[in-house]
Design a protein around this ligand. Structure first.
Ligand code: NAP
Length: 368
């Protein structure tokens, strides 16, 4: 049977890549939604059809027409702080499921009130998304009676897109998690960690800044997996870190200003200059007996990883593997399956070492 998928924001960094991944799947009819169709290259399709249509997410009639007659709408238009659950609501009204690479707790709360049937999956990207799935893989499932603590470093070297930068800045004003907090004993502990500047972090290039952040996704996964401690650091290059410390205290309206967004784009471009884009997650898991397991995931750029997770989520929805309701990707997808798929597509490599070899890997990397 032919599957029908619509991708909104198909001209964007994430949307164009999602469109390419889905067009390569057999028996898939694709509808690509953009504001300027004349500027949109049409991806080569396996054997389905690809149509490009003009749609502005703020035009209710055009949006409901765009969502009509498809199985899944992938909502890649952004920034998310501005569009919120607008696309997911239009998809649900048209009887379609939706997948959003962004979408936070506020979007979930609002969507949960309006969704009467079908499903919507939020935070189906790199971080959040892959971040929570990889944490679940590293934790290895619930193990009652076994105390486990996890130290995480997440970050990389890449440019931002406009919507990605705008959403990132909007998140600084709260609602996504708490800076300097960690997960301990079943709850968030404020102020437990401090930023580490000019740090050398195993598996990351050069000197970096590691900023502690307990994201809502991390707290949810830590609780569900029964982890005793999670200390999570987001790792940034020097220019992005210094820019963030300058703008962090600005009010929300000022952070949405074009010049502030442009400043972050420029800082990230300078940090990434001359380097191959990459993103790395390292998870160092210790149990009470001080046994160590290290899982390292290194992947392509943020948009590639985000698009891969959004496409994998779309496949899971099409396969009927996602129940009705509003979900976060990290909680509803099979983490092993997503990581395996990323490796199979050569978008990421995963190293999983435990026991003595983990200890020696860390010694070699200068961590212990
Ligand atoms: N979870 C994660 O790790 C992660 C990572 C990256 C991105 N994201 C999220 O993914 C979303 C897309 O990011 P991106 O990197 O692809 O950003 P981007 O490259 O700036 O693309 C944004 C897209 O949205 C479209 N758009 C904006 N307003 C629209 C409207 N009113 N109607 C229709 N289309 C509209 C733009 O179309 P035009 O070409 O017409 O301007 C463009 O195609 C954002 O919400 C971002 O936060 C999540």
């Amino acid at each position: 049977m032919t599957r029908r998928v619509a991708v909104l924001g198909a001209s964007g960094g994430v949307g164009a890549r999602v469109a390419r991944l889905l067009a390569a799947q057999p028996r898939t009819d694709l509808r690509l939604g953009v504001r300027r169709p004349e500027a949109m290259p049409v991806p080569a399709s396996a054997d389905g059809r690809v149509e490009v249509v003009a749609v502005d997410a703020r035009d209710d009639i055009a949006l409901s027409r765009f969502c009509a007659g498809v199985d899944v709408v992938v909502a890649c238009a952004g920034p998310s702080w501005s569009l919120l659950d607008r696309v997911a609501r239009a998809a649900a009204a048209a009887g379609a499921a939706s997948v959003d690479p962004a979408g936070d707790d506020a979007v979930r709360a609002s969507l949960s009130r309006s969704l009467v049937s079908g499903c919507a999956v939020l935070s189906a990207g790199r971080l959040p998304g892959l971040s929570g799935l990889a944490l679940r893989c590293a934790a290895g499932g619930r193990r009652p009676g076994v105390r486990r603590s996890v130290l995480v470093h997440a970050g990389g070297c890449d440019r931002f897109t406009w919507a990605g930068a705008s959403d990132f800045l909007a998140a600084l004003t709260g609602g996504h998690g708490e800076p300097n907090a960690m997960w301990r004993g079943g709850r968030a502990v404020s102020g437990a960690l401090s930023p580490r500047r000019e740090a050398v972090v195993p598996f990351f290039d050069g000197v970096v800044t590691a900023l502690p952040f307990l994201g809502n996704e991390t707290a949810r996964v830590a609780g569900a997996e029964g982890l005793d401690e999670v200390a999570w650091y987001n790792v940034f290059g020097a220019r992005v870190a210094s820019y963030l410390s300058r703008v962090a205290s600005l009010p929300r309206d000022a952070l949405a200003d074009d010049t502030v967004v442009e400043g972050l784009l420029e800082a990230a471009a300078l940090d990434a200059f001359g380097r191959t884009p990459h993103h790395t997650f390292t998870f160092e898991v210790r149990d009470a007996g001080e046994k160590v397991r290290v899982l390292v995931l290194r992947g392509d750029g943020a948009n590639e990883l985000t698009a891969a997770v959004a496409a994998a989520t779309t496949e899971a929805v099409l396969a009927g593997a996602v129940p009705d309701g509003v979900h976060f990707a990290a909680e509803v997808l099979d983490p092993e399956a997503v990581l395996t798929e990323l490796v199979r597509r050569r978008m990421a490599s995963v190293v999983d070492v435990s026991g003595d070899s983990a200890q020696s890997e860390l010694v070699e990397e200068g961590a212990l």
